[in-house]
Design a protein around this ligand. Sequence first.
Ligand SMILES: *[C@@H]1O[C@H](CO)[C@@H](O)[C@H](O)[C@H]1NC(C)=O
Ligand SMILES: *[C@@H]1O[C@H](CO)[C@@H](O)[C@H](O)[C@H]1NC(C)=O
Ligand SMILES: *[C@@H]1O[C@H](CO)[C@@H](O)[C@H](O)[C@H]1NC(C)=O
Ligand SMILES: *[C@@H]1O[C@H](CO)[C@@H](O)[C@H](O)[C@H]1NC(C)=O
Length: 491
Amino acid sequence: MVPLLVILLTLTGAWAGRPVLLPPPHAADLVLPPDQWFTQKLDHNNPGDDRTWQQRYQVNDTFYQPGGPVFLMIGGEGPATAIWVVAGQWIEYAQQYGALCFQLEHRFYGESRPTADMSVENLQYLSSEQALADLASFSAAMTEQYALPEGTKWVAFGGSYPGTLAAWYRLKYPDMVHAAVSTSAPLLAKTDFLEYKQVVKDSIYAKSGEQCYMNVQQAFADAEQLLEHPIGWRSLTSAFQLCAAFDGTSSLDGNNLMQILADRIESVVQYNEDNRAFSGHKDANITIGSVCELMNDESMGVPIERLAALNDLIMTVHEETCVEHRYQSLIDKMTDLDFASENNDATRTWIWQTCTEFGWYQTAEGAEQPFGQHIPLSYYIQQCIDAYGPEYVWIYGGYDQSFVDAAVAATNAKYGGRDLATSRVVLVNGSIDPWHAMGVIVSSDPALPAVYINGTAHCANMYPARAEDSPELVAARQQIGDLIGQWLQED
Ligand SMILES: *[C@@H]1O[C@H](CO)[C@@H](O)[C@H](O)[C@H]1NC(C)=O
Ligand SMILES: *[C@@H]1O[C@H](CO)[C@@H](O)[C@H](O)[C@H]1NC(C)=O
Ligand SMILES: *[C@@H]1O[C@H](CO)[C@@H](O)[C@H](O)[C@H]1NC(C)=O
Ligand SMILES: *[C@@H]1O[C@H](CO)[C@@H](O)[C@H](O)[C@H]1NC(C)=O
């Protein structure tokens, strides 16, 4: 039924697969504090191992009032840039409460490189558990270095995976951290995170309605038909500006292409209308609204041609020259062990954490989603095997999905999943953020209040305020600030 599209549109990959918190905008005249380095232990699980490495952090002491609290921004699966130490909502709270502010980069990301390279032997030291222990030893050392008075209260902040760490830090180290603000945090580990694409559906409906949804679904149905036939392969190659001719003999290439195309829409939804503009995020004005305008525009041709036009637009904004759909090039990149390589965009390290701890694979295996049937769990499990290889299998003792399932079960056993057994953690979620589906269900426990922001995407409350912020977002920032104030009064 798809006309074998003689798509003259030349057509398009980043991925929303990671729950990354993007840096906030900043004025060019902001002076950033210098990076500093902390001597950190390599293996907190082995008291006999005294190897150390240098962990990056930054400090902002401008608002500190002696005797005030300490705020700790937890780094995640990307570089911890100094921008976050001078901007963002938590800095407003720091001014309000006279807090000393630290940001600590996560081990194995950014400049915090504990080992010589990213071999599987070395990646054994990359885990949420080691990262939490890093936070504790850093806090203890800074308490001494800054001669902080006894009883100084630390408050942890984090958005996305670091939001998860903020909650878990309070859970596992209640004596080190008094309270936590956990934003857009997935708390439940799950191998097949099919809910992600379902929230994308709900968000498209909520923001733009059924027509847009149906057009997205049609575009992917058409693309799937093209996967089936050599003539279709040629259309896909030209329509989506692939770097090499599509060759449908490997289903993994087809899986990879479909996920790249799904990501064109998912990343817009995940970061919809947030305030990340002019921090280098040139795509900040591409919103669900503008994507849907395009997907509904009949003058652009049939739905797959409109998807091709969206791909063109995003390629232009990101200055991509072509779309690399080949699975093998993904694996080539993921098997580069060199921290300094241009291939290191944290894919190898983050996927390691998903394979060994979290799962969170955004498959198209759910029914209620628009992206077809070609993004299966096996595509992601294969990446674990191909990227970490025989040594990986040696560690986890199996060549199938069960090793991820076992890792995910162990993570939930360790941290409790959605049943967070702690107190003074505020859990913030945004209704259109696909990650909220792994977050916490409405809490009846006053010690673990949930703040739900109707209409916002991933981590919206952490960015600096703007005039166009919704009343819900403004109220949420106020509510979180009030909770911090209230908790700082408690012993
Ligand atoms: C702390 O942040 C404030 C607000 O952006 C900024 O004015 C100040 O210069 C920062 N202080 C340091 C030491 O960077
Ligand atoms: C986004 O902004 C750029 C300029 O920064 C502009 O060229 C582009 O047309 C805008 N895109 C949309 C979808 O509004
Ligand atoms: C987000 O928070 C609201 C209010 O607490 C709650 O109703 C909703 O279920 C939460 N969503 C998720 C999935 O965390
Ligand atoms: C969220 O906002 C939308 C539109 O602004 C509204 O229709 C909807 O009822 C709101 N939902 C909740 C749970 O407040």
